[in-house]
Ligand binder design. Structure first.
Ligand SMILES: Cc1cc2nc3c(=O)[nH]c(=O)nc-3n(C[C@H](O)[C@H](O)[C@H](O)COP(=O)(O)O)c2cc1C
Length: 387
């Protein structure tokens, strides 16, 4: 039995147990992958201050994100095709999140539908929306989210057009996978994955098939999605969606103070400083570097969350100490899911929680809400000197 001590252990198992096409889909960034790499390496630039002779008993990582109680400030980020990493992946991840006491965010591009996840969980989850051209589909999916008791809408702003990820093109990514000779050869070594997949009916985009006009099979689906992401999304449309939804709203994908100010004006409950895990604009700053100027601009008006590059509880601690009020993990939980299903997602959350809790204690703090910049050493030139 492999002893899992960190997210990298889960990543190795994920790679071993999952078809290459889906592992690569997860573990890649756009173009040169510079932003994808720097999301992680920039966290390493920040150091922690070890403090001693501080009573460490009675610690707590519990806090709130948009007013909702969380066992730790770590939500599961929306990840498309999660149900291809493992059969019924979204349901498994949502269950693990619910048991742990952290928010689960279902992607528009999930395999399991909103209704499916609601049926298999007992607490409200969050739903991530991509804005589509088809207005009927848009209204309908917002209504479906309301009917399912979704407790926050996460509106993604940075994917009106898809950043190119070379591996997806080379692998011929599709859901379900097309059975070409290389795919068949690969699947032959991933039989555990295949056996589970044969036992589920959920193998295509559950929120879309049967809900969008004329989308009933994989070929019409791919055509529909390619045409449907609405490149005309602007602040006016964001306000209209806010009205349509009427509940807690999180705007995801903000990287610059000007946009953060616009987001705060719209009156959202939180923004997520995010570059989509380095999957969209390659060459953008890492999220952790983009965070401080955004906090300076809007930190007193709106909750500022962050994702992209978080692989450990120390990363979460650093983001919170910089001033974020919440974080999200994408790949870190997908590695857990691909490695060991629901138990793997739980493991990923446990690993991150333990790392955060012990590091917080060694920095001399007992409550995550008391963690501040004082526990960090941030390089003087961390923001970068850009002309
Ligand atoms: C495989 C994969 C699929 C993703 N799909 C979506 C999606 O459907 N919607 C969305 O808003 N973000 C999506 N994201 C971005 C994540 O929500 C999140 O911003 C990112 O994973 C954070 O970076 P990290 O993976 O380094 O934690 C995806 C990310 C990955 C890795």
């Amino acid at each position: 039995m492999t002893v899992i001590t960190n997210i990298n252990d889960l990543k190795r198992l994920h790679k071993r147990r999952t078809p290459k096409m889906f592992y690569d889909y997860c573990e890649s960034g756009s173009w040169t992958e510079q932003t994808f790499r720097e999301n992680v390496s920039d966290f390493d630039q920040i150091r922690l201050r070890q403090r001693v002779a501080v009573d460490m008993e009675g610690r707590s990582t519990a806090t709130k994100m948009i007013g909702q109680d969380v066992a730790m400030p770590v939500a599961l980020a929306p990840v498309g095709l999660t149900g291809m990493q493992r059969a019924d992946g979204e349901i498994k991840a949502a269950k693990a999140a619910e048991k742990f006491g952290v928010p689960f965010t279902l992607s528009t591009m999930s395999i399991c539908s909103i209704e499916d996840v609601a049926e298999h969980t007992s607490k409200p989850f969050w739903f991530q929306l991509y804005v589509m051209r088809d207005q009927d589909f848009l209204k309908n999916i917002i209504q479906r989210a309301k009917d399912a008791g979704v407790s926050a809408l996460v509106l993604t702003l940075d994917l009106q057009i898809l950043g190119q990820r070379h591996k997806d093109l080379k692998n011929g990514l599709s859901a379900p996978p097309k059975l070409t000779p290389p795919v068949i050869a690969d699947l032959a070594t991933k039989w555990g994955w295949g056996l589970e997949m044969l036992q589920t009916k959920r193998r295509s985009f559950g929120n879309i098939v049967g809900h969008a006009k004329n989308v009933d099979d994989p070929s019409s689906l791919f055509k529909w999605t390619a045409e449907q992401f609405d490149p005309r999304l602007d602040w006016g449309k964001i306000e209209a969606i806010k009205e349509m939804w009427g509940g807690p709203l999180i705007l995801k994908g903000v990287m610059e103070p000007e946009d953060a100010i616009m987001a705060a004006k719209v009156g959202c409950d939180a923004i997520v400083v995010s570059n989509h895990g380095g999957r969209q604009l390659d060459g953008a700053l890492s999220s952790i570097r983009a965070l401080p100027p955004i906090l300076d601009a809007v930190g007193d008006q709106v909750e500022v969350h962050i994702d992209s590059g978080i692989r450990s509880g120390q990363d979460v601690l650093k983001a919170m100490a910089m001033g974020a009020k919440g974080t999200y993990i994408g790949r870190a939980f997908v590695h857990g899911l691909g490695a060991m299903g629901e138990a793997g997602v739980t493991k990923a959350l446990e690993v991150i929680h333990k790392e955060m809790d012990i590091s917080m204690a060694l920095c001399g703090r007992k409550h995550i809400e008391d963690v501040d910049r004082d526990i960090l050493r941030v390089p003087e030139d961390f923001a970068g000197r850009w002309a």
